[in-house]
Ligand binder design. Structure first.
Ligand code: NBP
Length: 475
């Protein structure tokens, strides 16, 4: 039997689909899973007539692979990844490479890359976005780690990635950078995804509970928004479908029967923690994570709703006139959210020596992934035209877009406030815009207070930066 070009360890939903994706591009595959019954099931149900060979021990699996061995690990993030690496390490030879395609914490990936590179092995920490379907048909791939390992893998990854229309490169994959760069960018991708989903949820809340739109009308409005340059995206597209979906049990709209308590797996929280550590404000993403936490307090909120009342106002304006205003508010907030995510990647790149190419990040997010959207072309152009761009909002096109729409954006927030509808991500985005665009903020008072109670010193507006002063405030 000819040796296998590519191996996959971990046959849960992602590993199975990626194995089938790689095989479908003409590469012979070997697979292994800790529990043999899953391997048997996969071989019997999904691998019939495919160029896939199963192994039932790690030793057998390693022997099936041609050198240098290319092994994709798709197991639960955390301890299981280390367990698999520890099993593989003694069986591999210099030049072989391990790819971790799970949602690993980038700091773990930094450590694993260093460990494995020190033994002559290659390690690629690769973010994979697109869920089950993306894994099978073409995900967005964010690989980072050992550069020589990536070079070996490039022909395969380029074939299995999502393909989009792009004059520079249609394959949604690029080498992100060394160490944990790939998993870092995937983490921020997920943070932006949290932001996008929360912003869409808030637009839905205003349209439904503020303006009183029915599910049929929401389906129509979201369908129209998906045709616009500004909002055309996977998440708006699936929301359009969701509003039309009927519940087979009741005959009503399924959306109305889904409990409003959102789950999370941790990448949004990691993004927020990294923003705080690196000193990059990402308030929209933080608001989105927090909104999921608040939503999960369902029973407590239900009890509170009987005691704490809101303004009790009902909407009496022109619904059709307000719908485009909500669209503008959503787009402005979305621009702020992406500006925050890109600023975080830029800072991490500087801090950790990743040397990330921001236009390339926007390019590979255009297909396969959950945040794929038409406006990523504009983000790519903005960073290509000016690689030193300090913030996306300062790119000519984004600047004009937000300045043109800030009126309706503010009106929508006032309406939500008047009606008592919480819009944490919309508000955080506007606060971000209003703080970033103001040359003077009230933190002169903060500095005075810090100096007053703690002698923390302050700089003066009439003296050069870097000179520090202290005042004996009680004298
Ligand atoms: P899971 O995250 O559910 O992991 C299940 C797999 O891990 C099984 O193959 C299981 O083997 C294996 N495993 C575990 Br658990 N502990 C192990 C150990 N100590 N040694 C060896 N194998 C072990 O699978 P998934 O949902 O396919 O996700 C895989 C990765 O991809 C995760 O990091 C996930 O966050 C990421 N991801 C998922 C999605 C998605 O849409 N699901 C999207 C993008 C990324 P067993 O069969 O023997 O228990």
């Amino acid at each position: 039997m000819t040796k296998r070009t590519f191996g996959v360890i971990g046959l849960a939903v992602m590993g199975e689909n990626l194995a089938l994706n790689v095989e479908s591009r003409g590469f012979p595959i070997a697979v292994y899973n800790r529990s043999p019954n899953k391997t048997e099931k996969f071989m019997a149900e999904r691998a019939v007539d495919k160029d896939i060979k199963a192994a039932y021990t790690v030793e057998e699996f390693v022997q099936l692979l041609e050198r240098p061995r290319k092994i994709l690990v798709m197991v639960k993030a955390g301890g299981p990844v280390d367990a698999v690496i520890d099993e593989l390490k003694p069986l591999l030879e210099a030049g072989d490479m391990i790819i971790d395609g799970g949602n690993s914490l980038y700091e773990d990936t930094e450590r694993r890359t260093k460990d494995l590179e020190a033994t002559g092995l290659g390690f690629v920490g690769m973010g994979v976005s697109g869920g089950e379907e993306g894994a099978l048909l073409g995900p967005s791939l964010m690989p980072g780690g050992t550069p020589t390992a990536y070079k070996e893998l490039e022909p395969i990854l380029t074939k299995i990635a999502a393909q989009v229309e792009d004059p520079d490169n249609p394959a949604c994959v690029t080498f992100i950078g060394p160490g944990g760069a790939g998993h870092y960018v995937k983490m921020v991708h997920n943070g932006i995804e949290y932001g996008d989903m929360q912003l869409i949820a808030e637009a839905y809340d205003i349209l439904k509970n503020g303006l009183g739109l029915s599910n049929e009308k929401l389906h129509e409005v979201f369908g129209q928004w998906n045709q616009t340059d500004e909002l055309n995206s996977f998440l708006i597209e699936i929301s359009t479908d969701i509003f039309a979906k009927k519940d087979p049990e009741t005959g009503g709209h399924l959306i109305d029967y889904i409990l409003d308590a959102a789950g999370q797996k941790g990448t949004g929280r990691w993004t927020v923690m990294s923003g705080l550590e690196l000193g990059v404000p990402i308030p929209t993403i933080y608001a989105a994570v927090n909104a999921r936490v608040m939503s999960s307090l369902k029973e407590e909120r239900v009890a509170a709703s009987g005691q704490l009342s809101g303004p009790g106002k009902t909407f009496s304006g022109d619904v059709e006139a307000w719908i485009p205003k909500v669209r503008d508010a959503l787009y402005c907030s979305k621009m702020c959210s992406y500006a925050q995510g890109m600023a975080l990647i830029a800072k991490a790149s500087q801090e950790f020596g990743y040397d990330v190419n921001l236009p390339e990040i926007a390019r590979i997010w255009k297909g396969g992934c959950i945040i794929r959207a038409g406006f990523l072309d504009k983000i790519k152009k903005a960073f290509k035209d000016n690689p030193q761009l300090p913030n996306l909002l300062l790119a000519p096109e984004f600047k004009q877009s937000i300045l043109d729409r800030q009126g309706p954006w503010r009106e929508v927030l006032m309406l939500a406030n008047e009606m008592g509808i919480a819009v944490p991500a919309f508000s955080s985005s506007l606060d971000y815009f209003d703080s970033y665009r103001r040359a003077v903020l009230p933190q002169n008072l903060t500095q005075a207070q810090r100096d007053y109670f703690g002698a923390h010193t302050y700089e003066r507006t009439d003296k050069p930066r870097g000179e520090f002063f202290h005042t004996e405030w009680l004298d």
